[in-house]
Every structure is written in structure tokens, then in C-alpha cells.
Write a protein that binds this ligand. Structure first.
Ligand SMILES: NC(=O)c1ccc[n+]([C@@H]2O[C@H](COP(=O)([O-])OP(=O)(O)OC[C@H]3O[C@@H](n4cnc5c(N)ncnc54)[C@H](OP(=O)(O)O)[C@@H]3O)[C@@H](O)[C@H]2O)c1
Length: 274
């Protein structure tokens, strides 16, 4: 049978692409900031959401709460290139090209300078692999088909602005993200793609809880003491809520982000002022 091609008049393809719901891929959507972002975007009907992490069941649970016609859960492990390949193919075949990529997945393991144990060296590699190498590979794959006016949003950290004893791997990974943001903004800007990072300070999630518990144990103080000491130097003396980070990501996805690219934007209750 002969195939015929329908040609849209000039500009119509762009209009059709702009009118369709936006496809947002969230890496690390199983809990914390990623889950909060999925739920915030899920309140509106004009998004199609791919929710990816290692915990497939949790991603699927969030997708089911939102509605499976608008959200899909996927298993993806940033340590495994094949699973990243499969996640992108599966996301694009379900909801089309990805308009917004939120690179939120990350880990923070102890990596002290004076710890030469195999465990600590492996932890350093794992943090760099997940937070930087796997994350960059995912961004490269998605950028290939990302339409004009697309957005790539990293969730970095204020640790990109300073050092942190005991966390060489995590600190190095978050510095590296700013390098990626600036480089990708240059390369992808001519295609209309904006690339930025949000740099949160303390955010009330499992990760913050684990890090603060580790610090409290090392110092022999309670978690409450450790937490209030950490927050005492901030002008706003509390942790951010995951929903507050989600709101900022959503802002950057909209017209408010149109002329912003190559930036690391601190969201830290004032713990960092640059
Ligand atoms: N909480 C804070 O105080 C804080 C401060 C600054 C920056 N951040 C950054 O914010 C981002 C989100 O952190 P969070 O606080 O929401 O932490 P979280 O609750 O621990 O969530 C981390 C997310 O990353 C996913 N993830 C971890 N390893 C992965 C892997 N190998 N492949 C795919 N996904 C993986 C986790 O899902 P699975 O375990 O299911 O894979 C989870 O969805 C991170 O990049 C973190 O560095 C957090």
C-alpha cells in the first residue's frame, strides 16, 4: 500500500507542538523532592508525567494517584546505562518527546578524605556515577529529541558553593553539575533549550534526615540538637519543604524561565548568599 505524507503549513507544526500537553520526565520521582514535584504538576491536566527511579512500585503508586492516563511509573537505575536507554525509549513511546527533564535523582554517602577503605572509595565512585555520570547520560539521550523551548532542570545543592567535611563525593558531584549546566546551556541554547540548576539548602526529606542522623551520631548529640544547630545560622531558621523546591522548578518550566539559562539558583532559606 502506498504511504502518503501529510505536510503541515509552515509554523503549524510548531503550533501543534505548543498546544499539546507538556511531557515532563522526573528522575528520582519515588520520594522526596521528585515525588513532591510529580504531585504538584499532577494537579494540572496539561502535563504528561514520566516518573522514574529504582523503586518502580513507588513511582507507579504516585502515577496511579495522579491518574495513569497522565502519569507513568518506570524503573530506572542511573548506575545502569541500559536501564537509562530503556526508560527514555519507553517514556518517549508513551507520551512523545520530552519537553522538560528534571534531573533530581541523587545520593549522598560518607566519603571522608582520610578514609582509604574500599567501602569509602566505592562510595565516592557511586556518588559520582549516579549524581553526575548517569545523570549526564540521561540528559544527553533526552536532549536528542527535545523540542524547541525545552527545559533541562538539575536539582543540585548549595554544596556546589562550598566544601563539606566528610562529603567529598557529594560536594564534588554538585560542583560538577554547575559545570554541566553552563556547558549544556551554551550547546543547547541555539535550539531554544534552557538548562538550569536549583540548588537547595536543607530540605525535609529522607536524604536530609539520614545526613543529619549521621552527623548527630558522629558528634554524640541528638538529631534535634544537630538539626537546630545546623539551621541556627540561617536567616530563615527551618528546612525547605520538598513542595517549595517543586514550586520553583515549576516556575522555571513556565514563561518565568524563558530568559534564564546556565544558572545555579540557590533555594536555601538564606544559608548561602552569593
Ligand atoms: N534533602 C536535602 O536536604 C537536599 C539538599 C540539597 C540538594 N538535595 C538534592 O535533591 C535531590 C533529591 O533529594 P531528596 O532530598 O528528595 O532525597 P531522597 O528522598 O533520598 O530522594 C532521592 C531520589 O533519588 C532516587 N535515586 C537514588 N539513586 C538512584 C539511582 N541509582 N537511579 C535512579 N534514581 C535514584 C531515589 O529513588 P530510588 O531510591 O527509588 O531509586 C529517590 O527518588 C538530590 O539530587 C539531592 O542531592 C537534597
Amino acid at each position: 500500500m502506498a504511504m502518503s505524507t501529510v505536510r503541515l503549513p509552515q509554523g503549524e507544526l510548531e503550533k501543534a507542538l505548543a498546544a499539546r500537553p507538556k511531557h515532563v520526565f522526573i528522575a528520582g520521582a519515588s520520594r522526596g523532592i521528585g515525588e513532591a514535584t510529580a504531585r504538584l504538576l499532577g494537579e494540572e491536566r496539561n502535563y504528561r508525567l514520566t516518573l522514574a527511579a529504582r523503586s518502580y512500585n513507588r513511582c507507579l503508586g504516585v502515577a496511579m494517584d495522579i491518574g495513569t492516563e497522565r502519569a507513568n511509573g518506570l524503573r530506572m537505575d542511573l548506575l545502569d546505562e541500559r536501564s537509562i536507554d530503556e526508560a527514555v525509549v519507553s517514556a518517549e513511546s508513551r507520551f512523545g518527546p520530552i519537553d522538560v527533564l528534571i534531573l533530581n535523582a541523587g545520593i549522598n554517602l560518607p566519603t571522608a578524605v582520610d578514609d582509604l577503605s574500599v567501602t569509602a572509595r566505592n562510595a565516592f565512585k557511586q556518588v559520582l556515577y549516579i549524581n553526575v555520570i548517569g545523570t549526564f547520560y540521561l540528559a544527553q539521550l533526552v536532549a536528542q529529541h527535545m523540542p524547541q523551548n525545552g527545559r533541562i532542570l538539575f536539582v543540585g545543592s548549595v554544596m556546589a558553593r562550598m566544601g563539606g567535611a566528610g562529603s567529598a563525593g557529594y560536594v564534588a558531584s554538585k560542583h560538577a553539575i554547575l559545570g554541566l549546566v553552563r556547558t549544556m546551556a551554551h550547546e543547547l541554547g541555539p535550539r531554544g533549550i534552557r538548562v538550569n540548576a536549583i540548588n537547595p539548602g536543607w530540605v525535609d526529606t529522607q536524604m536530609a534526615n539520614e545526613v543529619l542522623t549521621r552527623m548527630a551520631t558522629e558528634r554524640g548529640v541528638t538529631l534535634q540538637q544537630q538539626t537546630s544547630e545546623m539551621l541556627s545560622g540561617q536567616p530563615i531558621k527551618r528546612m525547605a519543604k520538598p513542595q517549595e523546591v517543586a514550586s520553583y522548578l515549576k516556575f522555571l518550566m513556565g514563561p518565568g524561565g524563558d530568559c534564564v539559562t546556565g544558572q545555579g539558583i540557590d533555594l536555601s532559606c538564606g544559608s548561602v548568599m552569593i
